[in-house]
Ligand binder design. Structure first.
Ligand code: ADP
Ligand code: MG
Length: 344
């Protein structure tokens, strides 16, 4: 009898990771946390070593038609450093592996590493190794980052308690709008190469996409204020998706307010111009690399005046409940992907 082949798309990325993880168990006492957080956590006495890895594939994660290689190098490092920040740790070393087709020149590799070096300088990280190989087509970059934190300061995705305050840093949806803008300009250029791209007025969003930063400053500010978040994750796949991760792993419900979600006015205006709903862009747009975390109510006073930390709602003891109160006061269920503003 024919058995239908199980497609990867039937499981999705997270379903696939769960399936892989389900077949492995931890055998070493030194492995404090394995698969399932922004970084794995290894025992190093009073301290914990944090380790995370990321693979970027040309045509999937970046388009060299509009991504300068030095920005790509910087961003590849920043994305990894962000995963260490999401554990409340400090990144210290990276290894960088690249696969290149013969389309790339030495100058191209130099440009890529110029960006990697700039990020190593800016985040005080050492490049300590890697691997270099050829590819049939395109460029692939895999970075592994090692970080460190005092054991009791490591923050996981699973520590949120009911009635914690949900916080996000910076503003959201900008990188997603940057992508829309660059994709549009690429289409215009392909249909008429004489046209000059018109991106100056969109500089902010394009910068959010191409020049991603990791919020190491927030990790420092939290330490200075003496606040250890109860849970934390970085926003690489979109606020809604990351809220689902916190909810699932911490077993709490999510109650956020639309009017508290930080959106830069330039992102807002660009979304309207593109006939997109700004709040959908903020909820589901990826690659902002901001931090999403929860704090105990007792820590509210310590962070309430921080200019770049926004309190967007609270957790509750109903894990099945993941809702947003709209500006009109209606209750809208959050969806991990493609929330439709007009559906509620
Ligand atoms: P992030 O978005 O923070 O980088 P991911 O969603 O990529 O995290 O991964 C979630 C968890 O699954 C992490 O702990 C990661 O190390 C793990 N993971 C992802 N892919 C694999 C894989 N192919 N094999 C083992 N673990 C994986
Ligand atoms: Mg992450």
């Amino acid at each position: 009898m024919d058995k239908k082949r199980l497609e990867i798309s039937d499981l999705g990325e997270f379903g696939l990771i769960d399936r892989i993880a389900g077949n492995f168990s931890i055998k070493n006492r030194s492995t404090l946390k394995g698969i399932g957080d922004d970084a794995a956590v290894l025992d190093a006495g009073d301290e914990a070593i944090l380790i995370s890895t990321d693979l970027l594939v040309e045509g999937i994660h970046f388009d060299l038609a509009y991504t300068p290689l030095h920005h790509l190098g910087y961003k590849a490092v920043a994305a990894n450093v962000s995963d260490i920040a999401a554990m409340n740790g400090k990144a210290e070393q990276i290894t960088v592996s690249i696969a290149l087709s013969n389309r790339f020149s030495v100058d191209a590799v130099d440009a890529l590493y110029e960006g990697i070096k700039a990020a190593c300088d800016s985040f005080t990280v050492d490049l300590v190794g890697g691997d270099t190989t050829s590819s049939r087509a395109g460029l692939m970059i895999s970075i592994t980052v090692l970080g460190r934190a005092k054991k009791e300061k490591v923050v996981y995705r699973n520590g949120a308690k009911p009635n914690d305050i949900i916080c996000v840093t910076g503003d959201l949806g900008g990188a997603f709008m940057g992508l829309q803008i660059l994709e549009r300009e690429k289409e215009v250029y392909l249909s008429n190469p004489a046209m000059q791209p018109e991106i100056e007025k969109y500089e902010y969003m394009v910068g959010r996409l191409l020049k991603a930063e990791a919020r190491t400053d927030i990790v420092a500010d939290l330490a200075e204020q003496g606040v250890i978040p109860t849970s934390m994750i970085d926003i690489s796949d979109g606020l809604a998706s990351e809220l689902f991760h916190l909810s699932k792993q911490s077993n709490v419900g999510i109650h956020i307010f639309e009017d508290k979600i930080p959106i830069d006015h330039q992102t807002y205006d660009a979304a309207i111009e593109f006939k997109l709903d700004p709040i959908t862009c903020a909820l589901n747009g990826g690659e902002d690399y901001e931090l999403l975390f929860t704090i105990a109510q007792a820590d509210y006073e310590k962070l309430k005046n921080h200019a770049d930390i926004h309190m967007i709602g609270y957790t509750n003891d109903k894990p099945a409940e993941k809702i947003m109160v709209s500006k009109q006061g209606t209750v809208v269920p959050l969806k991990a992907q493609g929330w439709n503003h007009f559906a509620g």
